[in-house]
Design a protein around this ligand. Structure first.
Ligand code: NAP
Ligand code: G4F
Length: 354
């Protein structure tokens, strides 16, 4: 029988990849999209365009995860078999500037989904994926797995941790089938433009095409475990196939600093970067020409930083049979190649190509 999935945050990076994955499996996919994302020239719309809006099994619903009544009536109408709750304010730095709305979207938004399923008596018929995050580990030393202490370092991390506990509580109290996917950083050509990997990939291609202004970055020494979003959405789906609801880490298991990402990205276009100076005076220099390619901007540092994330996804490997396919170098190459092909109007063709 055809399954029906409801994806909140469908206009985001993961929403686009997940929708494509589920449509490919024959699902009817319903997506929640904010009204301002549904219109050009917002990048959310271009991701949805890349999905082919006219797919006969894809239905978009205008709405907001913070609107409890609207969320409840939508779930009642859609009668989904699976809900993937991806909607979030996902920019960690921004969460320091908008802490209250971060909690409203990331925590209360999750509560709205859980409560809707409970109030509608759908506990036994719906399986829920909750987009939890490695940011919840915060200052806990690496490697981090499902049993590691959670010590978040941002309003974003705190909001995600509260949502994680709400999901666990609803699972235990009301028998909801809800899984927390504790996902480490995953990137793609569809990554939002202000996340560091996409920002670097874009700048590198701009340099290749004649850019002269140095790229500005913040903390070069933060270490992240970067994987490919396309691999990770399959893990979300696999969690909902498991016989019991549980929590799973998904990660590549390979961590690098932002500095290394910069070096490898420039190396991809044949530029060797040498670092000179210290602290905010540090610069990344083209070793051949002496040109400054990277400057440090103090404003891009966060009030508190998560220094080192390195995931241990052995539980997901053993229990779900999940393994990422795309390694660090392949991810960088994919992002740069796709950035090179972006049309001048900024719309992203990746999913059409894929
Ligand atoms: P993303 O690209 O920022 O997508 C998030 C989506 O949520 C956006 O389309 C956004 O809509 C939507 N949204 C924000 N506020 C909303 C609201 N009030 N009502 C309805 N929709 C709203 O993030 P992503 O990278 O795809 O991540 C997906 C989920 O996984 C997020 O919950 C994120 O926190 C979590 N996560 C991501 C990673 C990662 O490395 N990517 C790792 C761990 C966890 P607009 O387009 O209108 O802004
Ligand atoms: O790319 P980022 O903004 O991602 P961050 O903060 O790790 O968060 C992402 O991954 C989380 C999972 O661990 C998700 F839950 C979250 O939703 C999001 O998807 O920053 C990565 C690192 C940080 O340490 C940051 O300080 O890069 C450092 N950085 C240095 N310069 C920069 C910049 N980050 C950004 N965004 N922009 C810079 O110019």
């Amino acid at each position: 029988m055809t399954k029906t999935a409801f994806i909140t945050g469908i206009a985001g990076q993961d929403g686009a990849y997940l929708a494509r994955f589920l449509l490919g499996k024959g699902y009817n996919v319903h997506g929640l999209i904010r009204w301002d994302s549904a219109h050009e020239p917002y990048e959310g719309k271009s991701r949805i365009n890349a999905l082919r809006l006219d797919h006969k099994n894809l239905t978009l619903h205008l709405g907001d995860i913070t609107d409890a009544n609207a969320v409840t009536s939508l779930i009642k109408k859609i009668e989904p078999d699976e809900i993937y709750n991806l909607a979030a304010l996902s920019q960690v730095h921004v969460s320091f500037q908008t802490p209250a709305s971060t909690l409203d979207i990331n925590t209360n938004g999750t509560l709205n989904i859980l409560e809707a399923v409970r109030i509608l008596g759908m506990e036994k018929s719906v399986r829920i994926y909750q987009a939890s995050s490695s940011e919840m580990f915060g200052s806990t030393p690496p490697p981090q797995n499902e049993a590691s202490p959670m010590m978040p370092c941002s309003p974003y991390g705190v909001a995600k941790l509260a949502a994680y506990h709400l999901a666990r509580t609803y699972r235990e109290a009301y028998g909801l089938f809800v899984c927390n996917g504790i996902l480490f950083n995953h990137e793609s050509p569809l990554r939002g433009e202000d996340f560091v990997t996409r920002k670097i990939a874009r700048a590198v291609v701009e340099f290749e095409q004649g850019r002269t202004e140095p790229m500005k970055l913040g903390n070069l020494d933060a270490i992240r475990d970067w994987g490919f979003a396309g691999d990770f959405v399959e893990g979300m789906w696999l969690m909902l196939r498991h016989k019991v609801a549980d929590d799973f880490v998904l990660s590549s298991g390979d961590a690098h600093s932002v500095r290394t990402f910069v070096e490898r990205a420039f190396a991809y276009i044949g530029v060797e970067i040498e670092w000179e100076g210290e602290g905010v005076e540090e610069q990344g220099i083209d070793a051949n020409t002496g040109r400054v390619m990277v400057d440090i901007d103090e404003a891009l540092f966060r009030p508190l930083e998560v220094n080192h994330l390195l995931g241990d996804a052995s539980k997901a490997a053993k229990t779900l049979g999940w393994a990422p396919e795309t390694d660090f170098e392949a991810l960088i190459g994919m992002m740069i190649n796709e950035e090179r092909q972006l049309p001048k109007d900024g719309s992203n063709t990746w999913l059409k190509a894929g």
